[in-house]
Design a binder for this molecule. Structure first.
Ligand code: FAD
Ligand code: NAI
Length: 466
């Protein structure tokens, strides 16, 4: 039996960051991963391959549509889908190898195989060839991530009816892609295929897209995606999808009840959320009973069993790579006996569509529900000189600040490159800054970031450039 201070089950952003930090702090650490490569969902079939296709398809559309021509660049692009997929795979491969390098650098043992908790302080690993290895650990961290939520009546075969993994590797551009679920995956991957030439219809159960998003921001995003040609069927549910050769027949019903209608597609993407992955994990061997939202933890990421910790998608909270990373650091620091906190109030969320959406903190709807008095400052990108010069004027920056103290409570950005700019507000919110703090900070000109300052000025009613 190999003995460790910490054994981490899962090598995604939760697991690999925990392993690296443990190595840095001098703990003897092993990371068990069942996949052939490290990096988890994020690097292999999530964040990274989706961003590779979003980047490539955005450039393709800019060249194929009017955007390049309007800039005076006349080109006639030819789509080479297999090259697009190849460059995506090469980037993913380089990134997963990067984690292998970081493991070697920080003396992390990568144990290849599926881990099962086998009583307190023990993990049994079964390798692909069936061989088994038992590990002992003072502390075990569960970081097994999540998997797509299935939809009754719609069987994913990853040929015609796809989950996100299937939709990241299609061999051809669909003629008509039906996306079930107007959440982050549906809108990002729907955008990829629409840009490459698909007709895309998004079917959403609720009467709005992206339920967690600030309502005004969500409506602006929907308007923009509709203008680009994405069709939305809100307040609808898919009750069945039947594959016949190269086509899929879907049956839809209004969510509130009513007459059914049918829809034909050649591909369907099911993206109605993800659920914690705990298959074969042996939780019963230590008496852990998960609930619907995964393995229950306390505010210190401890489960109810001593020496068993849980981080990332497999437990409650946002299913985001950087949230898993924050928990990984805090968990290892605590195991090492240090103080550590995760500030769940300031975890940014980004949707990598065009325009991008980036938000942190509370939405207007949440503040109203809490009965909290707040002020709003808003600035449109139409009035931002850099956005104007680049012909990227869709969207706005919106800042929500406490009515009395002016503390920034939430920020909602929709527009060009906002994913890269939200960090400014995260820093500000971590330091409990007021909107006036941002309004009085010099921002470089001409940049889109000036819109963030102007929005902060708008909170006190002294926007200067709109
Ligand atoms: P995971 O990354 O799921 O890793 C868990 C790992 O554990 C997996 O590799 C799995 O094989 C392994 N495992 C499970 N059980 C066992 C076991 N018993 N033994 C051994 N190994 C095991 N988030 C963002 O922040 N930004 C994005 O842009 C973004 N884009 C996404 C796009 C898509 C299409 C998808 C699907 C997700 C995206 N996400 C994004 C979400 C992000 O991928 C997850 O939040 C993140 O990967 C969670 O990290 P994790 O370590 O908790 O779990
Ligand atoms: P999601 O939770 O973002 O959206 C799911 C959508 O499906 C919701 O709008 C929901 O109302 C709808 N829905 C649920 N049941 C339905 C049904 N039966 N019929 C029609 N619609 C239904 O989930 P999604 O898009 O699958 O993504 C999963 C998670 O992956 C995200 O929540 C996010 O945490 C992560 N992710 C993050 C990304 C990013 O940070 N840019 C990108 C992609 C995924």
């Amino acid at each position: 039996m190999s003995a460790y201070d910490v054994v981490i089950i899962g090598g995604g952003p939760g697991g690999y960051n925990a392993a690296i930090r443990a190595g840095q702090l001098g703990l003897k650490v092993a990371c068990v991963e069942g996949r052939e490569t490290l990096g988890g969902t994020c690097l292999n079939v999530g964040c990274m391959p989706s961003k590779a296709l979003l980047h490539a398809s955005e450039l393709y559309e800019a060249a194929a549509g009017k955007e390049f021509a309007n800039l005076g660049i006349e080109v006639k692009p030819l789509l080479n889908l297999s090259q697009m997929m190849k460059q995506k795979a090469e980037s993913v491969d380089a990134l997963t190898k990067g984690i292998e390098f970081l493991f070697r650098k920080n003396k992390v043992d990568w144990i290849k195989g599926w881990g099962r908790i086998d009583g307190v302080g023990r993990v049994m690993v079964t390798a692909a060839d069936g061989s088994q290895l038992e590990l002992s650990a003072k502390d075990i961290i569960i970081a097994t991530g999540s998997e797509p939520t299935p939809l009754p009546g719609v069987t994913i075969d990853n040929q015609r009816i796809l989950d996100s993994t299937g939709a990241l590797s299609l061999p051809e551009v669909p003629k008509h892609l039906v996306v079930i679920g107007a959440g982050v995956i549906g809108l990002e991957l729907g955008s990829v295929w629409r840009r490459l030439g698909s007709e895309v219809t998004v079917v959403e159960y609720l009467d709005r897209i992206c339920p967690g998003l600030d309502l005004e921001t969500g409506k602006t995003l929907q308007r923009s995606l509709s203008k680009q040609g994405m069709a939305f069927k809100l307040g609808s549910k898919v009750t069945s999808a039947v594959v016949d050769g190269k086509s899929v027949s879907l049956t839809l019903e209004p969510a509130a009840g009513g007459a059914a209608e049918s829809l034909q597609a050649d591909y369907v993407l099911v993206a109605i959320g993800r659920r914690p992955y705990i298959e074969g994990l042996g939780l019963e061997s230590v008496g852990l009973a998960p609930n619907q939202r995964g393995i229950v933890e306390n505010e210190h990421l401890k489960t109810s069993v001593g020496g068993v910790w849980v981080i990332g998608d497999v437990t409650s909270g946002l299913m985001l790579a950087h949230k898993a990373e924050e928990e990984a650091i805090a968990c290892i620091e605590r195991i090492a006996g240090h103080a550590a906190e995760v500030n769940y109030e300031v975890i940014p969320s980004v949707i990598y569509t065009k325009p991008e959406v980036a938000s942190a903190g509370k939405t207007e709807e949440q503040l109203r529900a809490e009965g909290r008095a707040y002020k709003v400052g808003k600035f449109p990108f139409t009035a931002n000189s850099r956005a104007k010069i680049n012909h990227e004027t869709e969207g706005f920056a919106k800042v929500l600040a406490d009515e009395r103290t002016d503390e920034i409570l939430g920020v909602h950005l929709i527009g060009p490159s906002v994913s890269e700019m939200i960090g400014e507000y995260c820093v500000a919110m971590e330091f409990a800054a007021s909107s006036a703090d941002i309004a009085l900070i010099c921002h470089p000109h001409p940049t889109r970031s000036e819109a963030l300052r102007q929005a902060a000025m708008a909170v006190e009613g002294w926007t200067m450039q709109a």
